[in-house]
Ligand binder design. Sequence first.
Ligand code: COI
Length: 356
Amino acid sequence: YFYTSQAASPVYSQVGSDDEYADIDWDAMEFGLTPTDYMYTTKCTQQEDGFPQGQLNRYGNLELSPAAGVLNYGQGIFEGMKAIRREDGQIVLFRPEQNALRMKVGADRMCMPSPSVTQFLDAVKQTALANKRWIPPPGKGSLYMRPMLLGTGPILGLGPAPEYTFLVYASPVRNYFKEGSAPLSLYVEQEFDRASRGGTGGIKTISNYGPALRPLMKAKTKGFSDVLYLDSVNGKYVEEVSSCNIFMVKENTISTPPINGTILPGVTRKSIIEIARDLGYNVEERPIPVEELLEADEVFGTGTAVVVASVGSITYHSQRVEYRTGDNSVSKRLMSTYNGIQNGVMEDNKGWMVEI
Ligand code: COI
C-alpha cells in the first residue's frame, strides 16, 4: 500500500550525491519546506513486535488508504530535530535520544508501536547523511529532521490502526520567525485553549497543532508573531506559545512553567534550564500567573525550530508590556552558549552532541 510516487524502488547503495552542496541560495532560506533527496521509511502491523529495519527511498509522496487511522482519527505524532554542519565539516545532532524517548512516550499515549531508541537514532542519522548536500554551510542554518509515526492502516470504527509507518524526512531551514532575530510580539490568547488536564498537550501529537491554527492566524492578522496560551482551568497561568516553550527572567531568577501534562517537554527547554543553572542563574519550574509575566524584566521562548527567541512585547487584554532584549539580555547569553555547544565553539561537557 505504500510507495513513493517519484521513485518506488528502495535505494540500497549510492545514497547521496558527490556534490558537496545542493544548488540553492542558503541566504534566502526561511523556515519552510525545501524537498530533499531521500526519506527513511519502515512499517509494521499492530500485532508485530516493533518495526523491522527501514530503508531510504527517494523523497516523495505517500500513498495511503482514505481510511488510514492518521487521516480519520489523527493517530500520529512527530518530532523535530536538527543536523548541523560545523566549521571542521563534522555533522552533529543535538541530544537525539531525547527525541527518541519523547516519541516512545507519545506513541504509548496514542496506542501506537514505536521504534526503539537505537532504531530512531539510526533512521535519523541515515536520513541526515543521505541528504548531506542539503545540510547548510556552517552558520547558514540547519537540516531540520521530521521523524513521524503514523497510523497508516485503514480503520473505520474508532480504534488503533492495523498498520503503522515510521518515517523521517528532512528540509534545510533557517529562522523560524520571519522577523529573523528581531524580538517577538506575543498576544495572550483568551478565547481558545491549547491543552487541558488529561489531554495530549504533553506529547507531540499532530492533533495538537491543527486547532492552534485559528488562534495563530487571528494573532498574525493583528500583527503579532505568535500566541501565548494560558491554562484551561483557571485562564490564569502561562503555558506555552504555539511553537515553543516560554521563560521569564526577573533579576537573577529564570522561571518557566512546570511539565505537568499540558506543556510540551521541549528538549531545548530542558537544555536551557541546565545551561542557565551552569551560568549561575536560579531556575524555577513553577506555575506563573500571567500578571507576573507582565512584571518580568525579560521573556523568551525556546524550541528546536525557534531556538531561543527573545520576546519584545506581550499584549494582554489591551495592555502591551515591553521587555529587555538585545546584546545585554539573558536570552542572548543563553543562546550563545547553546549555539556555541552545538557548533563546537564551546565545550560540550554534558555529552549532548552526537557526531554522525
Ligand atoms: C519544533 O520546534 O521542532 C516544532 O516542532 C515546532 C513546530 C511548530 C515547528
